[in-house]
Design a protein around this ligand. Structure first.
Ligand code: PAF
Length: 282
């Protein structure tokens, strides 16, 4: 374990980075409520970079008015300890005033790849993500930045804005970390009651059923979608927001499955919204 340096203002963070100038810098942006998925991002960053910065910021820009911004889990002391244990050298823990307090008049809109799937369900969400990521890239100037593949669409949005705006940062996607029973780790899993947790397991199970069908030779997306719907078994306990069979980079839906294909879904279990995806190759 390294003893992380805590920085709360942009000036403090820039100062901390200036003292280590020339070192390869990795950035792991997070909203806190850290879990083993974040630890995997930090471990990868530590294995590739000299200095690892973990930002912990519940970004108000990426929550809709009826979403869980106020109730999103916040435990900075636990997160600092966890990020330190996981290898962060510098923790950036800004207040909302520091990053968004003045009220931004600038936003970063990533068209096309930000529009389908979660973009349809959560208008403005990816603009909020993209805007804060651009600010973090400008503040930290990382050489590499690490994002979890559970948020597959977010990863594509970040890749696209990085290419479009010529940021000199390498975007690294890190594979989904799952519980032993298959549920993808998410900070929002802590909202689930014991019975909701059992219900939520139908999400990875249905994705797996769909992936297995493709791997055993099915190429018709309609057949795979039917199998997914059968396995997810929507009802009062679980509502399906979307299921998409699409190209992994552009998220364009496919009808005839061939080559690398993403299966992505979002559900609601009680009040909790969960997303997950699997990548298949034929
Ligand atoms: O994935 C997240 O936790 C957030 O969307 C991110 C990338 C930290 C931006 O606020």
């Amino acid at each position: 374990m390294r003893d992380p340096q805590i920085t709360r203002t942009i000036t403090e963070l820039r100062q901390a980075l200036a003292e280590r100038s020339g070192a390869l810098i990795g950035l792991v942006p997070t909203m806190g409520a850290l879990h083993a998925g974040h630890a995997a991002l930090l471990a990868r960053a530590c294995s590739e970079c000299k200095i690892v910065v973990a930002s912990i910021f519940v970004n108000p820009l990426q929550f809709g008015p009826s979403e869980d911004y106020a109730g999103y889990p916040r435990d900075p002391q636990a997160d600092i300890a966890y990020a330190g244990e996981a290898g962060a050298d510098i923790i950036f823990l800004p207040t909302p005033e520091t990053l968004t307090g003045r009220g931004l008049q600038t936003s970063v809109v990533v068209a096309e790849v930000g529009e389908p799937l979660c973009g349809l369900q959560r208008p403005g969400h990816f603009t909020g993500v993209a805007t804060i990521i651009v600010k973090l890239f400008n503040i930290v100037r990382p050489d590499k930045a690490y994002f979890g593949e559970k948020d597959w669409q977010q990863l594509q949005v970040v890749r696209r804005l990085t290419a479009d705006l010529d940021f000199a940062v390498e975007i690294v996607g890190v594979g989904v970390v799952r519980e032993a029973d298959g549920l993808a780790l998410s900070s929002r899993n802590r909202y689930l009651s014991v019975s909701e947790y059992q219900t939520a397991l139908r999400l990875p199970q249905a994705l797996k059923a769909a992936a297995n069908l493709i791997e055993s030779g099915e190429t018709d997306a309609r057949v795979v979608a039917l199998a997914f719907r059968h396995a997810i078994a929507t009802g009062p306990d679980l509502k399906l927001e979307y299921f998409s069979i699409c190209l992994p980079d552009t998220l364009e839906p496919v009808e005839a499955i061939q080559g690398k294909t993403l299966l992505a879904a979002a559900v609601r279990v009680g009040k909790t919204r969960l997303i997950d995806n699997v990548l298949v190759s034929t």
